[in-house]
Design a binder for this molecule. Structure first.
Ligand SMILES: Nc1ncnc2c1ncn2[C@@H]1O[C@H](COP(=O)(O)OP(=O)(O)O)[C@@H](O)[C@H]1O
Ligand SMILES: [Mg+2]
Length: 299
């Protein structure tokens, strides 16, 4: 099956500033792919290129079978981009906003009513559906914004830092919505600075650093590349008294515990698994292509 998103050798500069220096990215159908990188790494620039809003200087791009440069209309028909629907009207209710968007998109009255009911339900806006949007929390607005971009169902969804600035509970609610998009068969490209988010949601993760992909893989692969599980014995202040590597299996853990036991130290046991934080740290502290991870070398 052809990838839903295919990026090869994409470069983009703004004046003298080289923002993307040769990006390669492949996203297969039905995947949630996280593009993880710090502020200023070029995430939004890449998403905007895929969404036809910015022209690349070089390289090739395909989104849902179409070329964003040569055939932007075809691409736009197949994608949703959050933030695009800045059309949220504060004085209308969620239901009214969705029905208005549906009318703008050419849906009939009955179809609009059905679609708004579906979206309200699947985005968890039911209890607030008939309240004016100005009374909504940040998380509810974000969910409504996403619902508005999906009034017409599309195969590819771009979420550019969908949870930045949300409190933890709103963030989790949005995560549920993103999971349900995936269950509905959408291909999702999600940008984030949040490692936990990539780990929670993504089938695959690409790490963007200074305009290039420096590592790519499943969250588990990236974690494995960085290191193995460690059993730590921590003192009363949380300081690590001893760290014993383990393969995480029952037998391996038993061995690690025996070794720690034999030390005769007192403390609290913790199992520390490598997190995406470790990956991110390794990739942003080390030079690109460092032995910590073998990233895909840019074309
Ligand atoms: N239209 C633009 N003109 C000039 N510089 C830009 C423009 N868009 C983005 N940049 C710069 O490109 C870099 C990458 O930005 P961006 O793609 O927004 O990164 P991210 O989304 O990862 O934070 C930043 O230094 C930003 O200031
Ligand atoms: Mg951005």
């Amino acid at each position: 099956m052809d990838p839903t998103i295919l990026v090869r050798g994409v470069r983009k500069s703004f004046g003298a500033l080289e923002v993307l220096t040769g990006v390669d990215l492949t996203v297969d159908p039905g995947m949630v792919h996280a593009l993880l990188g710090p502020n200023g790494a070029g995430k939004t620039t890449l998403v905007n290129i895929l969404a036809t809003l910015v022209r690349p200087d070089a390289g090739t791009v395909t989104v849902a079978g179409a070329d964003p440069v040569r055939d932007p209309v075809a691409v736009r028909r197949r994608i949703a981009l959050t933030g695009q629907a800045a059309a949220v009207d504060e004085l209308l209710t969620a239901t009214e906003n969705i029905r208005m968007m549906a009318a703008l998109q050419g849906l009939g009255r009955r179809a609009a009513r059905l679609r708004s009911r579906e979206l309200i339900e699947s985005f968890g806006l039911g209890p607030a559906a008939s309240r004016q949007v100005r009374t909504y929390s940040g998380g509810m607005r974000r969910r409504l914004d996403l619902a508005l971009s999906l009034v017409v169902a599309v195969p590819v969804v771009f979420l550019d830092e969908p949870t930045t600035g949300l409190d933890p509970s709103s963030r989790r609610e949005l995560w549920d919505v993103i999971r349900s998009l995936r269950e509905g068969g959408a291909t999702v490209l999600l940008t984030t600075q949040n490692l936990e988010e990539a780990d929670e949601l993504a089938d695959r993760v690409s790490i963007l650093r200074e305009g290039a992909i420096v590592a790519e893989g499943t969250p588990a692969e990236l974690k494995r590349a960085v290191g193995q599980d460690v059993v730590e014995l921590r003192g009363p202040g949380g300081e690590v008294l001893h760290a014993e590597p383990t393969d995480g299996s029952p037998a391996g853990l038993r061995d690690a515990l025996d070794t720690i036991d034999a030390l005769g130290l007192r403390g609290e046991l913790h199992l520390r698994r490598p997190s995406l934080d470790d990956v991110f740290f390794a990739m942003t502290e080390a030079a690109p292509g460092s032995p910590a991870l073998t990233g895909r070398t840019p074309a």
